[in-house]
Design a protein around this ligand. Structure first.
Ligand code: PLP
Length: 405
């Protein structure tokens, strides 16, 4: 029998957050071992419940949710998203400019598929949320990674961005607030990125799915609010801000000068129609979520659970010799660095696997986020404080042994 091979389109597609190390962890769990998971930003599984009123609203609307909706989404949800974009000062967004999807994930793939031809390049941050790199590759484009500078609090390096623009560059991806680094970008930097996009006629793809998960009183600016001409597609959803990843409710909003983008917009409309519509019960949660009590604010405020866990995880991880870490201003993640002199790691996936086997703690290796060196890992600080203490204690013990090798 001929082996059945995966398509050549998948040759450069990689999504390591749910890759081979997770498969090994599942196997260990099946054998009865207990693993502390600092690997995935799945809030509900750590007792961060979705707001009660969203749940009730979905239940109430379930009888009305059995049919397909408009491909772009139900009216009430798109109206609420339109108001939200107005709150974020993104100008000129009408109902037709809003697309609801099965999470932001589906829309990222859709947006790339509608745009890219072979040879087209997209600027993607390194490190990134790896779906972006994967979606560019899957759509036949070439991801070109620009460096975010750890020494500058993980802000995008503008010179690196400029140096990587070619005649084939079509777009730039910005993940702000950033997964995996927890960075939040200041307005002057965003303005410079808008200017680069304007000069080189790039589309800006702005992934803002953590725009309410902010610590220390910082505020978030949507890059889409900083220009009325540059075509900008802003992504957001319920998964993180409203702790409801499983409801699969996300959206994208097209802003800027759309007159020269009609053909691309037709492409988006066609892809949205081809998948008929997004999960309708999840869409019913959107209006209540955006208009209701913003309980996320309690979690990130001083004394709130997320904020306490961020502080504890950062304090404990940076107390380990040779581990440094930019303190996240936002999100659920930090991206610590292991001093290569003390930890000469050649293959960081193997390193993470050894940690898992030895200490039953699961992390994701930095190269899984398209970081070019094997000297970082991502830590999710969602587990309760006791579990974080236990997990980071085990990481410290493992690293102690690693240094003595
Ligand atoms: N974008 C970023 C930066 C993320 O971290 C995630 C999920 O972790 C997503 C998008 C996907 O979100 P969704 O659940 O809306 O598909």
């Amino acid at each position: 029998m001929q082996p059945i091979l995966k398509s050549a389109k998948l040759a450069n597609v990689c999504y390591d957050i749910r890759g081979p190390v997770l498969a090994r962890a599942k196997q260990m769990e099946d054998e009865g071992q207990k693993i502390i998971k600092l690997n995935i930003g799945n809030l509900a599984s750590f007792g961060f419940d979705a707001p009660e009123e969203i749940q009730q609203d979905m239940i109430r609307n379930l009888p009305n949710s059995a049919g397909y909706s408009d491909s772009k989404g139900i009216f009430s949800a798109r109206k609420a998203i339109m108001h939200y974009t107005q709150e974020k000062k993104i100008k000129g967004v009408g109902l037709e400019d809003i697309y609801i999807g099965n999470g932001v994930s589906e829309l990222i793939v859709m947006a790339m598929n509608a745009l890219l031809n072979h040879g087209d390049e997209v600027l993607v941050p390194a490190p990134d949320y790896p779906l972006w790199t994967a979606a560019v590759s899957l759509s036949g484009g070439t991801p070109r990674h620009y460096i975010c500078d750890e020494g500058a609090g993980w802000l995008p390096d503008l010179d690196d961005i400029r140096s990587k623009i070619t005649d084939n560059t079509r777009a730039i991806v910005l993940i702000n607030p950033n997964n995996p680094t927890g960075a939040l970008y200041p307005d002057d930097l965003l303005r410079e990125i808008v200017e680069i996009a304007r000069q080189h006629q790039l589309i800006i793809y702005a992934d803002e799915v953590y725009d309410k998960v902010l610590y220390d009183g910082v505020t978030h600016t949507s890059i889409g609010s900083l220009s009325e001409d540059v075509l900008t597609i802003t992504f957001n959803g319920l998964s993180k801000n409203y702790r409801s990843c499983g409801y699969r409710a996300g959206w994208m909003v097209v802003s800027g000068d759309k007159r020269h983008a009609q053909d691309y917009i037709e492409g988006l409309n066609m892809l949205a129609s081809m998948r008929l519509c997004a999960n309708v019960p999840g869409q019913f949660a959107i209006q209540t979520a955006l208009g209701g009590y913003q309980s996320i604010n309690d979690l990130v405020a001083p004394g709130g659970r997320m904020r306490r866990q961020r502080d504890l995880a950062h304090e404990l991880i940076t107390a380990i010799p040779g581990v440094t870490c930019v303190k996240p201003k936002a999100t659920l993640y930090m991206f610590p660095r292991l001093d290569p002199k003390m930890y000469p790691i050649a293959d960081d996936q193997q390193f993470i696997c050894e940690l898992l086997e030895a200490e039953k703690v699961l992390l994701v290796q930095g190269t899984g986020f398209n970081w070019p060196h094997p000297d970082h890992f991502r830590l999710v600080f969602l587990p309760h404080e006791d579990d974080l203490r236990e997990a980071i204690g085990r990481i410290a013990r493992f690293l102690d042994g690693y240094r003595k090798r």
